[in-house]
Design a protein. Structure first.
Length: 334
């Protein structure tokens, strides 16, 4: 059975990348739950527009800072989300992307060690690469190209996971690691090059919807509210003692705090997504096909058995319902 902590006083929580798509929703939820939130961002991909509504709140503070540089703060929890997540953005400056993943993880782990904070790493399904196992379980080590155009992100996240578990084993830092699968919803950037935002923007302007490859490759899309619920449940899960005597040589087999997949196991083809977006947006767009990018995975679907068992978490929002809310957001903000 899962067990969540109760709080006599609110937690002081640092969210790196807090002005981004996922980070802003997380900050909003944590404020709503009564916590004090420090939102750290350098605005490379995040925007102040995402958090403007939070700025007047006395329990919310914005810190403009780059996680590749150390920072000293007093906090109880750290959510490490800082990193460009779309191929267009993380390939723009791949060296910087690697630095954000590696140096950012080191700096946040160092902070967690100093102030004895619990820290969660927002990892990614990209650590599985172009998977040879389907659906992907946490025990699968992945099939990743270490020298491709996507490697700055894929391998950067893999190194970050390594650092997290080394800090656990060597320094008894209280860590959590989640592997986030494709997520969508309001506040996605219209220029981030991701499947759903691309399709919606093209559909709303009645432009051709671009599918790369034959469209039969699959993804599993999780609505943002479901992801945030999973993240908070993971962070709040009480694992008990974190003494060095515990066996973390195979952390994913010991239940927690090993990496946990957070995503929607409903698998759908890219072609089907395009057709859904056209229908739901009442668009006149035609579908066109172009060459598949390098190292683009053919299938992607999470096994969420561990999230169900340990966190009592499953996604609640259907794809059609989530797409309708996301289309409405983009329609009102174009």
């Amino acid at each position: 059975m899962y067990k969540f902590r109760s709080y006599k006083t609110p937690q002081r929580i640092l969210v790196t990348g807090g002005a981004g798509f996922i980070g802003s929703h997380l900050c909003e939820r944590l404020i709503s739950d009564g916590h004090e939130v420090l939102c750290l961002d350098n605005f490379f991909t995040g925007t102040k527009q995402n958090i403007l509504h939070l700025l007047p709140n006395p329990r919310f503070e914005l810190i403009t800072h780059d996680v590749t540089q150390p920072i000293l703060l007093e906090v109880d929890w750290i959510f490490n989300l800082a990193c460009p997540a779309s191929p267009i953005h993380y390939q723009y400056n791949p060296v910087k992307t690697t630095k954000v993943n590696v140096l950012g993880a080191l700096n946040m782990l160092g902070l967690a060690k100093r102030v004895r904070a619990r820290i969660l790493q927002a990892s990614t399904s990209e650590v599985y690469g172009d998977p040879e196992v389907h659906p992907q379980k946490e025990e699968y080590w992945g099939s990743v190209n270490p020298i491709g155009k996507r490697s700055c992100y894929d391998e950067g996240k893999r190194v970050a996971e390594t650092l997290f578990f080394d800090y656990l084993r060597q320094n008894s830092v209280d860590i959590k690691v989640i592997r986030i699968f494709n997520t969508y919803g309001p506040r996605m950037r219209p220029d981030d090059g991701r499947v759903i935002s691309n399709f919606i923007i093209q559909a709303l302007h009645n432009k051709p919807i671009t599918i790369y490859g034959d469209g039969l490759q699959t993804r599993s899309f999780c609505y943002i509210d479901d992801l945030i619920e999973g993240m908070i449940r993971m962070m709040d899960f009480e694992t008990g003692s974190h003494k060095k005597s515990r066996d973390y040589t195979k952390p994913h087999l010991s239940g927690m705090p090993g990496p946990i997949n957070i995503g929607n196991p409903h698998e759908v083809t890219i072609k089907d997504i395009a057709q859904k977006v056209v229908t739901l947006s009442q668009s006149k767009s035609a579908i066109v096909y172009e060459d598949l990018p390098e190292d683009d995975p053919k299938r992607r679907c999470p096994d969420i058995a561990k999230a169900k068992q340990l966190l009592d978490w499953t996604p609640k929002i259907s794809l059609d319902e989530g797409l309708e809310m996301t289309i409405e957001y983009f329609r009102n903000n174009r």
